[in-house]
Write a protein that binds this ligand. Structure first.
Ligand code: GRF
Length: 197
């Protein structure tokens, strides 16, 4: 049985596209059953619709508080019978309550070699720190931001004349390889897919 995956986005959704493309192969162990954006009009919603995947907006601004927003999120994910949630450029922090309800079932992709450079603007952080290399990480989401067991990483060099934009573009190419291959491993092996296991 293929694992049912929901992808949470806030923007362009190029990682979503990479997951959609991978999941079209008959042997891929996961299928994307739902895409949710917290931002109305996010381009990723269109990508989903184009591929016949259910797409919906749950606008956090329409809710009184984080708890109510997450309740709506939880209801949609439960309705879709999601086994795995992939965060792909999803720009909302999820509370411990939500994360615990979906414990060990939420993955995130982050554009640095964690544990280095957590939070935002991490490409600039890598340049400012004079890092010789950076990259991307897929990890299991735990209540602590950009923490949690690492499932996979790919690295790229940081070049002397890099800007945040040029470095982001180089990393993004690797993200598009890393996320589909890591999700496949996780769908098949679960937490045993972590590097330490
Ligand atoms: C990626 O760099 C991802 O690592 C970060 O947000 C960006 C999303 O890009 N979390 P896209 O929407 O998948 O194109």
């Amino acid at each position: 049985m293929k694992k049912r995956v929901a992808v949470l986005i806030s923007g362009s959704g190029s990682n979503l596209q990479a997951l959609i493309d991978a999941a079209r192969h008959p042997d891929y162990p996961a299928e994307i059953v739902l895409v949710i954006s917290n931002r109305p009009g996010a381009y990723g919603l269109e990508r989903a619709t184009q591929h016949g995947i259910k797409a919906m907006t749950i606008d956090h601004k329409a809710f009184e508080n984080r708890k109510a927003f997450e309740q709506a999120l939880h209801a949609a994910l439960s309705d879709a019978q999601a086994d795995i949630i992939c965060l792909a450029g999803f720009m909302r922090i999820l509370t411990a309550d939500f994360v615990n309800r979906w414990q060990d079932r939420i993955l995130n992709i982050h554009p640095s070699l964690l544990p280095a450079f957590k939070g935002l603007n991490v490409q600039q952080q890598a340049i400012d720190a004079g890092a010789a290399e950076s990259g991307c990480t897929v990890h299991v989401v735990t209540p602590d931001l950009d923490d949690g067991p690492i499932l996979g990483q790919r690295s790229v060099p940081v070049l002397a004349d890099d800007t945040a934009e040029t470095l982001s573009a180089r990393i993004l190419k690797e993200e598009h390889i890393l996320y589909p291959e890591t999700l496949a491993r996780f769908a098949e092996k679960g937490l045993a897919a972590t590097r330490k296991a």
